[in-house]
Write a protein that binds this ligand. Structure first.
Ligand SMILES: [Zn+2]
Length: 113
């Protein structure tokens, strides 16, 4: 159930409300249970770290493939930079969704919070 909510970018608390109003724009609160997504200033700093891990996980297999095939530096740039540019919005989006859900599991919101 939570996995489906993560994939559909749903609220970490009620698993029904949308976190994002468009792909890159977050809602401030959940439209269903009214929780505030950004619990405190700097709350999404952990999502930057999660995004970094996601980017490394996406790029390392490509880099290993290029290394095994003895590719030149030009090929590294041609393969890794466009991949990172294309994946950046997806990584931004899901890093935040993932962080919201991880935080909710580790430190669930109480009523009225
Ligand atoms: Zn909700």
């Amino acid at each position: 159930m939570r996995l489906k909510a993560i994939l559909n970018s749903r609220c970490p608390h009620c698993l029904r409300g949308q976190i994002f109003s468009s792909f890159m724009k977050m809602n401030e609160t959940c439209s269903v249970c009214d929780i505030k997504f950004e619990r405190e200033d700097g709350y999404f700093m952990m999502s930057v770290f999660i995004g970094y891990v996601m980017a490394v996980a996406a790029l390392v297999p490509i880099a290993i493939y290029l290394y095994v095939n003895d590719a030149s530096v030009t090929w590294y740039l041609l393969a890794l930079l466009p991949t990172l540019l294309i994946l950046s919005p997806i990584i931004f989006h899901y890093a935040r969704v993932l962080w919201l859900h991880i935080d909710e599991v580790l430190d669930p919101r109480r009523e009225g919070e």
